[in-house]
Design a protein around this ligand. Structure first.
Ligand code: ATP
Ligand code: MG
Length: 475
């Protein structure tokens, strides 16, 4: 087994270089953690962690010297670590350490330790493997917890007692689910039991770190798996209660609605096949978030969720704020998509008017194509006939969008008559009436009463002005 690594290590000169530096400083050095895992999984990684018995900073300084001018060394004295940035790679150096934990913090008490101590403090067996870079045993794998076997069997398992590992640093619970999702691994049953047992401990982790892991789950290939693990571990209701609340089916008079949690994660998987955008994926997660809050039962109509799109859109800022997600245009984008997510569906019947299309394009702006992606992903019917019908209807809507936009240019709507022009023509002071005239013109365009062009808009402006008792100085 160890020999498997030699070609990989030799092909990248950084390893022989670190080896040389370690020998000259009389230190024992190892490649450790995620890089070793990723080499075996053939995943590309640009971050490489080195651990040495002794001072990581001293080793890093020596390596930087050998790398020459290109290398950018940063030393973090307080943490006893150093990193080197070199040709797009990031090398981290740290001395082997031993950690012990207190119950109120995820920050451990750290002391110098052996390689074994260092491997003991790592989160999962697959992340605890090291490869020696010492001259005498260069390339030998040091795998005290059979991480290689777990890699082969695609299993996430803690090296030591799961409940203690998770209680010591509860972020590891999210890391377990994140790795399972990214790598398509199972979480070993005892490890998952430990996770369920310690779920409440997540409360000591900062929101930034939680959101970081959540976003990594969301940008994975099939995030539904991660969300199922989050749900079944009890973590989801702690870190994202609105989403956990989507789960469940109620039945009255034999009428049931669908389970909105499973629907949502299916929509999310669907959208992942169409986009890598984290924010479009967030829109999928949030599109039905207010369904439980708007759910009603009617004798005749059965279950309804009237206004869930508006209420959901209203919740987006508070959810983003709590999750420490950005509150800028990315939030507004998600909010807009949540608000508009039913619109293309309402448009799929044949009698749809151009003005309805124009209004949707006007409101969605250049995000209208993302809105269409969200709508397509939202089709989770198991009836193939119905799915086919929806898809062909969406195609029709897309064609109409193209036609209408080519003709009317409302996507990035630019008022054909400006406020300055209205002021000048009627010789009036800036006031509310100018906004009123502008919005009447816009409405007339969206309704199709006039074309989106200067001449017709100007004539309408004169007409509206006259109605309002204004006198034009020119026409
Ligand atoms: P990725 O870089 O894809 O997130 P990684 O495994 O490299 O995966 P890092 O956060 O870069 O993850 O951490 C590097 C290594 O440090 C891990 O492989 C693991 O051995 C160890 N490690 C990181 N975070 C923890 C933690 N919370 N508890 C224990 N060990 C950890
Ligand atoms: Mg890493």
């Amino acid at each position: 087994m160890p020999h498997d690594f030699i070609p990989t290590l030799q092909s990248n000169s950084i390893f022989s270089l670190v080896s040389k530096a370690a020998t000259s400083k009389n230190l024992k050095a190892y490649v450790v953690g995620g890089y070793v895992r990723d080499v075996v999984l053939k995943r590309e990684s640009k971050d490489i962690d080195f651990v040495c018995v002794g001072s990581g900073i001293e080793l890093a300084k020596e390596v930087a010297k050998l790398l020459g001018q290109d290398a950018k060394l940063s030393v973090y004295k307080n943490f006893g670590t150093a990193s080197i940035h070199h040709q797009g790679f990031e090398y981290e150096f740290v001395g082997a350490r031993k950690e012990s934990y207190r119950s109120d913090s995820r920050n451990p008490i750290v002391e110098d330790g052996t390689l074994e101590d260092d491997q003991n403090r790592r989160d999962f067996t697959i992340n605890a493997m090291a490869i020696s870079l010492s001259e005498e045993d260069y390339g030998v794998l040091i795998d005290p917890f059979q991480g290689m076997e777990d890699l082969r069997n695609m299993i996430i398992r803690t090296p030591l007692e799961p409940a203690i590992t998770f209680s010591d640093d509860p972020l590891r619970m999210l890391r377990a689910i994140r790795f399972a999702t990214q790598l398509h691994f199972d979480i070993e049953p005892d490890t998952f039991d430990g996770l369920i047992q310690q779920a409440e401990r997540i409360s000591i982790i900062s929101q930034e770190r939680i959101t970081d892991e959540l976003n990594k789950i969301i940008i994975a290939e099939k995030p539904s798996y991660g969300f199922q693990l989050l749900f079944h571990s009890g973590l989801l209701k702690l870190i994202f209660p609105e989403m956990a609340n989507l789960q469940g089916i109620q039945k009255i008079n034999g009428k049931a609605h669908k389970d909105n949690f499973y629907h949502t994660i299916q929509v999310l998987d669907n959208i992942c096949k169409m986009t890598d955008s984290l924010w479009l994926r967030w829109a999928a997660i949030l599109h039905d978030i207010a369904k439980p809050a708007t759910q009603r039962f009617h004798e005749k109509a059965g279950w309804t969720f009237h206004g869930h799109e508006d209420l959901g859109a209203k919740w987006v800022p508070k959810i983003f704020k709590r999750m420490k997600l950005p509150l800028d245009e990315r939030m507004k984008y998600v909010q807009k998509l949540v608000k508009l997510h039913l619109r293309p569906i309402a448009l799929v019947n044949d009698k749809v008017t151009d003005s309805a299309i124009r209004r949707m394009v006007f409101e969605a702006g250049s995000d209208v194509s993302d809105l269409m992606i969200l709508c397509k992903a939202d089709v989770t019917s198991k009836n193939p006939e119905r799915v086919k019908k929806y898809q062909s209807n969406f195609k029709k809507v897309e064609k109409k969008i193209e036609e209408v936009e080519a003709r009317d240019k409302v996507m990035n709507f630019n008022p054909p008559v400006s406020g300055e022009e209205i002021i000048e023509v009627f010789d009036i002071k800036p006031s509310k009436v100018i906004g009123d005239i502008k919005s009447e013109i816009k409405e007339a365009i969206l309704e199709g009463k006039i074309k989106n062009q200067k001449k017709e808009a100007f004539e309408l402006m004169l007409k509206i002005g006259k109605k309002k008792g204004l006198t034009a100085k020119r026409s």
